[in-house]
Design a protein around this ligand. Structure first.
Ligand code: C2E
Ligand code: CA
Ligand code: CA
Ligand code: CA
Length: 281
């Protein structure tokens, strides 16, 4: 091994302490962030390849911290999970997303058949009270269950498969659609996935980024797509950035596409205009 320059270890140590201090500040500020209006949701469209119409709007949470600036969800969601804070935060996210969705439905530019997609964390999935929370919030905003899609990842489901299976079956029996997020990145076998009540697979960006790069990476994407077809599920290709990726995903008959190449996540007030334009209006 290479010898470290003198002092490197100390610098590294200081960085670690700074990182740990930041982590603790983020964790400490998290419980009050939503009520202080530091959190907001943005919405990224999921588009139908066949018509170009909007299939759904996926809610993505943002935290604008007054001192630390914008903190990405990949960074604070795991902390909220570890502390259990994800239960109230997740309910807040669902409440706000349904409120926004109910507002869009009153806008004539918003298509009647566009849905709302919300990400679920593993803790919410394991929470026996979640089904009740979901049905209470749907009723509060007057949104039919069939208009709500919940996104869960393979990893989250496989974490506690029996509890997840129970919750998902109950949600789906209530009319909510279940989408499997980040498909292809987990370890689960086809046999395991087959047991889960799912409607749609979202093929992870890692596979989509290889589209059109070379024959091998395009073939890998096709393989994942074929797997989804074997399970008789509809497919979203996520992370579409270029016209070429969109063209290939469409020609391979992916049902839906999502990514910066179609739209960045939008502020809620910009959603009806986007949908109207997408529908050719
Ligand atoms: P995800 O659910 O897989 O969401 C997709 C992420 O990819 C989003 O990042 C989105 O902005 C980004 N993205 C979309 N299209 C493209 C593209 O074309 N290129 C690239 N490079 N990126 C693209 P974001 O918003 O930072 O979210 C990251 C992750 O944090 C999400 O991954 C999800 O796992 C989690 N997350 C976000 N919002 C929520 C939430 O409300 N609840 C929960 N439980 N998790 C959330
Ligand atoms: Ca997602
Ligand atoms: Ca994803
Ligand atoms: Ca993800």
């Amino acid at each position: 091994a290479k010898r470290r320059a003198p002092g490197t270890l100390r610098v590294f140590d200081a960085e670690m302490r700074e990182e740990e201090r930041l982590r603790m500040q983020v964790a400490a500020d998290l419980p009050r962030a939503a009520e202080r209006a530091e959190m907001r949701l943005v919405y990224q469209p999921i588009v139908r390849t066949r018509s170009g119409g909007t299939e759904s709007l996926e809610a993505l949470v943002r935290w604008d911290h007054p001192e630390l600036g914008s903190i990405p969800p990949d960074r604070f969601i795991p902390l909220a999970e570890a502390s259990g804070q994800i239960i109230p935060l997740g309910a807040w996210i669902l409440d706000r997303a349904l409120e926004a969705y109910a507002g869009w439905r009153r806008d004539p530019r918003f298509p009647r058949d566009a849905a709302l997609s919300v990400n679920l964390s593993r803790r919410q999935l394991a929470d026996p009270g979640f089904c009740r929370t979901a049905s209470t919030l749907l009723a509060k905003h007057g949104v039919p269950a069939s208009r709500l899609h919940l996104e869960v990842t393979e990893r989250e489901v496989m974490d506690e498969p029996e509890a997840a299976l129970r919750t998902l079956a109950k949600l789906r029996a209530g009319g909510i659609r279940i989408d499997l997020d980040d498909f292809g990145t987990g370890q689960s076998s086809l046999a395991a996935l087959h047991r889960f009540p799912l409607d749609v697979l979202k093929i992870d960006r890692a596979f989509v980024s290889g589209l059109g790069v070379d024959a091998t990476r395009t073939a890998v994407f096709r393989g994942v797509l074929d797997l989804a077809r074997t399970l008789r599920l509809e497919v979203v290709a996520e992370g579409i950035e270029t016209p070429l990726q969109l063209e290939i995903a469409t020609s391979l008959r992916c049902d839906f596409v999502q990514g910066f190449g179609l739209s960045r996540p939008l502020r809620p007030e910009d959603v009806p205009a986007f949908c109207h334009a997408a529908a050719g209006g």
